[in-house]
Design a protein around this ligand. Structure first.
Ligand SMILES: CC(C)(COP(=O)(O)OP(=O)(O)OC[C@H]1O[C@@H](n2cnc3c(N)ncnc32)[C@H](O)[C@@H]1OP(=O)(O)O)[C@@H](O)C(=O)NCCC(=O)NCCS
Length: 144
């Protein structure tokens, strides 16, 4: 995946990440789920959730598409499905997203999804200050 988020990864790193995703599903009922095209079953990328810091009611969302599937609205469709699941099924209080300052596609996607900028945060894997955003769950009583 993109060098802006730290790749490409070795087989060992990929194995470790897969193990982490499996544990995540068992412990928190979330993971970065694979995204498949309905028409062809092609594997296009992944989109999903993971716990954000130690706040059990805020989750981090991420979307990663293979280059040939970018620029078609697929990330937005996948992200909206993840947001729907997080807000309606898990009833989380809100979602966090962050992106590398040079990742313009990510910034546009986050804007389209309605996230609000909150702060910059150092992200060790890239050594850069990533831009951070929140989207609060309008259906969660604690945010009303
Ligand atoms: C960030 C990322 C997920 C964004 O993917 P994306 O495909 O650009 O996002 P969208 O699904 O919102 O697609 C929007 C683009 O598709 C275009 N598009 C074409 N057909 C479309 C359609 N039918 N519906 C909607 N948009 C369409 C839009 O005009 C828009 O182009 P623009 O960004 O140049 O204005 C993608 O660049 C990626 O996977 N990057 C590598 C991993 C990464 O950086 N992830 C983010 C870490 S937080």
């Amino acid at each position: 995946m993109s060098s802006l988020i730290g790749g490409p990864f070795t087989d060992r790193e990929i194995g470790a990440r897969l193990a982490r995703e499996r544990t995540m599903l068992i412990d928190h009922q979330v993971q970065y789920w694979p995204v498949f095209l309905l028409q062809s079953d092609d594997f296009a990328g992944c989109a999903g959730l993971r716990p954000y810091k130690n706040d059990g009611r805020i989750f981090e969302m991420g979307v990663h598409l293979k280059p040939s599937y970018q620029g078609q609205g697929l990330a937005q469709e996948a992200a909206r499905a993840v947001i729907d699941f997080a807000f309606k099924t898990l009833q989380v209080r809100g979602l966090f997203v962050g992106h590398h300052p040079k990742n313009a596609a990510s910034r546009r996607l986050i804007g389209r999804l309605g996230f609000s900028f909150t702060h910059e945060e150092f992200y060790a894997p890239t050594g850069a200050n990533h831009l951070s955003y929140l989207l609060m769950n309008p259906g969660c009583p604690e945010t009303l």
